[in-house]
Design a protein around this ligand. Structure first.
Ligand code: PSU
Ligand code: MN
Length: 304
């Protein structure tokens, strides 16, 4: 199979997949462009542990010297955490990064593609990209969304941040035919907070029922992803006023500095972290762990 030329599965992931054991894909943009060192490194390892504790095998994904790695070694994770020249790969970047033998962290869209090439069914992240607030001027819609319309993988996220237009993001997912399921909630969560003011169409209360939706979608030949919205645990959720203030301030600064394209999201994340004095980072770490747990539970059900 020509795919093998580009893809390298870790032994652990290869064995798990061949034995039809549960595997959870994890992205790496959150490591290289979403959190500072050393929290990014520590979190990446903790998230992998969380998956293992919940009876699944973690497959953190990145492109290292042109090789699409599914399942990383500790030294790869360290490299992605520390190196300042790691690129950020979405769908459009993959062919160049691979053929030029460059190294990149994978966004949600690229991770969905690479995980699906490896036949992984589920992926845990913090938050997905979406429709940006000033979309009518910028046309800035994350490639994560269009990926959901075409690649068969389920993604657990804590909703989307209000750096985005949450309402338009949900509209776009509906257009693309993506089921959005609230886990134990009818509210679509806003990453740092459990509420966004927007509803999901479906609330499901068990990993088993969610796994059933995922299987049914693909059994019916309906291609594309499923989004599982998992709110941040109450005890770690942020004060809405604090986070709204930080987001508004970060958005204004991005605008003043003329930040554009793929730099927008990493810039905003880093600004928000600085403005909240690290509070947002703490919340971010906890919600990723929480998502890894739920994704593992769903992976176990899918593998049954
Ligand atoms: N949103 C977050 N945290 C993140 C990202 C988005 O709350 O770390 C990252 C993800 O990797 C996502 C990417 O796929 O940013 C989206 O980038 P863009 O907006 O440039 O499409
Ligand atoms: Mn964008």
């Amino acid at each position: 199979m020509p795919i093998n030329k580009y893809l390298q599965l870790s032994e652990e992931v290869k064995t798990a997949l061949s034995e039809n054991k549960p595997v959870v894909a994890l992205e790496s943009t959150i490591i290289s462009h979403g959190m500072p060192y050393p929290q990014n490194y520590e979190t990446a390892l903790e998230v992998e542990n969380m998956v293992r504790t919940n009876n699944a095998v973690p497959a953190t994904i990145a492109i290292v010297n042109g090789i699409i790695k599914v399942g990383l070694e500790k030294n790869d994770i360290e490299f992605l955490s520390k190196d300042k020249n790691i690129l950020k790969a979405s769908r459009c970047d993959i062919p160049v990064i691979v053929s030029q033998k460059l190294s990149a962290a994978t966004t949600v869209s690229a991770t969905m593609i690479c995980a699906s090439l490896a036949s992984i069914k589920i992926f845990a992240t913090g938050g997905i990209g979406g429709v940006h607030r000033n979309v009518n001027q910028t046309f800035d819609i994350s490639a994560d969304l269009t990926e959901f319309g075409q690649t068969n993988i389920a993604v657990v996220s804590a909703g989307v941040k209000s750096i985005l237009d949450i309402g338009l993001t949900l509209e776009y997912l509906e257009t693309l035919g993506v089921p959005v399921i609230g886990y134990k909630t009818i509210e679509f969560p806003a990453f740092y907070t459990r509420e966004s003011g927007f509803k999901v169409n479906y609330k499901l209360d068990s990993a088993n029922e969610i796994a059933d939706v995922i299987k049914t979608k693909w059994d019916l030949g309906l291609k594309g992803g499923v989004l599982i919205a998992n709110p941040i645990p109450e005890e770690f959720s942020m004060d809405k006023k604090v986070i709204d203030y930080a987001i508004e301030k970060a958005l204004r600064k991005a605008d003043d500095k003329g930040i554009k394209g793929k730099d927008v999201t990493p810039f905003l994340l880093s600004e928000i972290k600085n403005i909240t004095g690290g509070l947002s980072l703490k919340a971010n770490i906890q919600l990723v762990l929480n998502n890894a747990k739920l994704a593992s539970e769903i992976a176990v059900e899918i593998a049954k």
